[in-house]
Design a protein around this ligand. Structure first.
Ligand code: PHE
Length: 452
């Protein structure tokens, strides 16, 4: 194929890919977004639809996206162009790559603001200000941060700068090593919080809320949100996994790596949910408080634990780390394209894409204070960007990847690239990707607009 394909660097091993892909998947989506969306959408039924989407759409599409990346070995846009050429299909397919670049940009713009909140909570926690505090105090502290555009401006700028700095240093620079230790630590912290949740008196109610489906509480838009969250949390439909796949050495099992990443991602989200809802109910809070949910509940838990100030600060530090390994994935498709096609250095590419995200992010900051009154279709700026990306662009991007991998690419090529052996694995994947993915996403869209 092209020169780019030959000189493109590769991961040192299968483990390195798994670490990077889990780093991309596990982030604010699991700890911050999954709990609040579950709360907003009535609990168990939302969780069930989410899990179904992860299994039936997420895993096969993750395999497809990784596979396309490995075969193309370039930025998503150029990969789609090269693969369309290989399959003698229309070059228009490269717009899939563009949808991804745009979605990544828009997501990162608000992701950075929320990651900034997590950063702001590191000094807040360690100051001991939440010691023995109640939910009212935690709510007050959060609203003060959300109301201040200046404070959020500072943290958002810091987070974006950190992202740009790391991205300009290159793919494997140091991060793999950190992910290997910090992700398991985050896991341990969540288990610790789950242990605390069991002592709150709200545990039974919290678990019932999460795992007892009540479909009367899940409307069409809730079903759409559950599907969008599956794509968002796995980091699918925008080229991030395609980029990581492009660095994957041949002969690594894509199916096994994808299953592992999806399982780890789902477990982390569920552990976060199990930690948070008991605290919500024990403190007589409403699960529907939206994007501030974890910031108004977890500090109460830390405030009541021994050494809670330190443990809490460490938790938000780990959350920051989880966010940064995702933000790198969000910006990578744009950076890869700018350096491949525009001859920019990695640093320049990282700077300009980061600056653009930073600018759009200001809209999210203002949507919580100065612009709170401006809404479109009942959504403020932040909610609108989130809806457009998670609920529309990612699923559409994912389906296009599925259609390309299932129908456009020659089956001989996808079979060769997936290397699933002689069993029925490849057939199952092909069925899911050809029929279930497009039909599933289509049905959810129709349900959301009320047609079914
Ligand atoms: N999966 C990340 C999270 O859950 C967010 C993300 C979305 C990362 C899309 C990459 C691509 O926080």
């Amino acid at each position: 194929m092209t020169d780019a394909r030959r000189v493109h660097t590769q991961w040192s091993s299968r483990m390195a890919f798994i670490l990077a892909a889990s780093g991309s998947a596990i982030g604010l989506g699991n700890i911050w977004k999954f709990p609040y969306l579950t709360g907003d959408n009535g609990g168990g039924a939302f969780v069930l639809v989410y899990l179904l989407c992860v299994a039936a759409l997420g895993v096969p599409i993750m395999m497809a996206e990784t596979m396309l990346g490995r075969r193309g070995r370039q930025s998503p846009i150029n990969t789609m162009l090269a693969l369309a050429d290989e399959a003698k299909a229309s070059p228009l397919w490269h717009y899939v790559g563009w949808v991804g670049v745009l979605a990544g940009f828009l997501i990162l713009s608000y992701y950075s603001v929320i990651a900034g909140w997590a950063m702001a909570y590191i000094p807040k926690m360690s100051s001991g200000m939440f010691s023995h505090s109640d939910a009212a105090k935690a709510g007050e502290v959060f609203r003060e941060l959300q109301g201040s555009s200046q404070l959020q401006f500072i943290w958002h700028t810091l987070f974006m700068t950190a992202t740009m700095a790391i991205v300009s240093m290159g793919v494997s620079a140091g991060l793999e090593k950190w992910t290997r230790y910090l992700m398991p630590l985050l896991f341990v912290m969540l288990i610790l919080l789950d242990g605390y949740a069991m002592t709150t008196g709200g545990f039974g109610q919290g678990i019932a809320f999460l795992f007892k489906p009540d479909f009367s509480r899940l409307g069409g838009e809730g079903v759409l949100a559950a599907m969008g969250q599956a794509f968002f949390s796995l980091g699918l439909g925008m080229g991030a996994i395609m980029v990581y796949g492009s660095y994957l050495p041949s002969h690594v099992s894509i199916a096994r790596a994808s299953l592992f990443v999806a399982a780890a991602d789902t477990i982390v989200a569920l552990l976060a949910g199990v930690a948070i809802f008991p605290i919500v109910f024990a403190n007589h809070l409403a699960p529907t408080m939206g994007e501030g949910l974890i910031f108004q509940t977890l500090p109460v838990a830390f405030g009541q634990m021994p050494a809670g100030a330190t443990v809490g600060a460490l938790f938000f530090l780990l959350m920051f780390f989880a966010a940064i390994t995702s933000s790198i994935a969000l910006i990578e498709p744009a950076v890869a394209w700018l350096s491949e096609n525009r001859g920019m250095s990695r640093s320049a590419a990282a700077f300009w894409s980061g600056a653009a995200c930073w600018l759009i992010g200001l809209g999210t900051i203002f949507s919580f204070n100065d612009w709170a009154g401006y809404t479109w279709f009942g959504k403020n700026f932040f909610e609108l960007i989130d809806f457009l990306t998670s609920d529309l662009m990612l699923p559409v991007g994912g389906v296009l990847v599925a259609v390309f991998a299932g129908w456009i690419m020659r089956p001989a090529d996808s079979e060769a690239e997936l290397e699933m052996g002689a069993g029925s694995g490849y057939r199952v994947w092909q069925f899911l990707i050809r029929y279930i993915a497009p039909a599933g996403v289509g049905l959810v869209f129709l349900r959301a607009v009320g047609v079914i």
